[in-house]
Ligand binder design. Sequence first.
Ligand code: ZN
Length: 476
Amino acid sequence: MGSLMKTVVLLCVTSSVLCTPFINKLQPGQEWPTRSSVKQPYHQLDETENGTISDTVATEVAANEEKAPENNKPKIKEDDVERIDYSGAQVWKVSTKKSNAHRVISQLASEKLIASWGGNHTSIDILVKPKALENVTATLKNKEIAYYVMIEDLQQRIDEENPPLDENELELQDRRGHRMTWKQYHRLEDIHGFLDYLAKTYPSIVSVNSIGKSFEGRDLKVLRISDGKKTNKAVFIDGGIHAREWISPAVVTYFINQFAENFDVESDDIRNIDWYFLPVVNPDGYEYTHKSDRLWRKNRKGYGGCAGADLNRNFGYQWGGKGASRYPCSEIYRGSGPFSEPESKAIAQFFKNTAAEFSAYLTYHSYGQYLLYPWGYDNALPPDHKNLETVGNLMAQAIKKTGGSEYKVGSSSGLLYPAAGGSDDWAKSLNIKYTYTIELSDTGRYGFVLPASYIEPVARENLAGLRVLASQLNKE
Ligand SMILES: [Zn+2]
């Protein structure tokens, strides 16, 4: 972050008055419609505590029995934080076909020898710490649990993931009026600069609004693309709920670029929709992955000895159920209550206040290549699950036809494991019909550390999937 920008951001944190001139204003007549007398099908928040912790989640560490006090002092951290070095750490794919596998993995995780990167019904990917390699190898061999090494040296992959732009690209960058490319993973400043650039360049169709602030005071910028037709459907798309899933904001901004820059020549399916994009739900975590810990997942709100809640366990539908943790040190910490985190709360408030009636909610994550529909909180299906399955399959076919990647389609609890408090379940609880969590590439070769050269192919094939959904919405 440049020093001027840093000063501006810090000023914004200190005083909203000082900040006002820097906030991108909406064009006259472009006020986003807010809900007034329209009744919202808004569910009561489930306040009951449910202590069930999924025994399948290897990251669960029952270290903090007591709920840690919240540290409510938002402040953007300085850049001189220490960078975590993953030299010698490996990522393994471990078969879970043997009945004891989950128990063994949970045990290794509780001893802090490994961390889970996620899995499905046949395998789980684990990060093995360098000092634990011998121990974990011996344990798995002893228990006859099969595994293979996906990443030999994690730090090497991190170092190679995001190379600098070549000279041609740098020159183009100077001429374009924004710094965003899809050949590199960009910092938040570039992403937000790109959104503001589009609003300034295409004021008749593009507008940007901050729907709230992150814990550390960063804007949660939503970009809308709309030609204002009364008959338009509305779609909400977000990315970057989990900080380390860099491919997600990259793909969401690719969609934005495609629709905004080519709106005049876009298909009617695209032009008949009001598009709302929130490319970085978790800006504090995102910046933290760039500056300090490449593999950070949660937001950055302080909870005593451990930082961060898992925003995708913090949404207020069936909050606190299976696959979410009550312990702040856990990677899947649910937060101190439903919508306790400023980032998830801002989204809930936005949906509560907007007059837009969303027909679809898509949330992009990585990795695994899945198109998941509700429910996530338990092995249950919504009444329209067949419809969600059919459209999901059509999207998956379009993805495969365009780029060759195979995406599995199913309910999140069924295809993966139950995880309560996800944004998708909450969106579905608002009666948003086409609600999907999309787990982007890959299936584990690079995992979260997907090289930047994959951004364009992954985005292109997923744009094809999104077009299928747009076409479906236009038929209804
Ligand atoms: Zn995720």
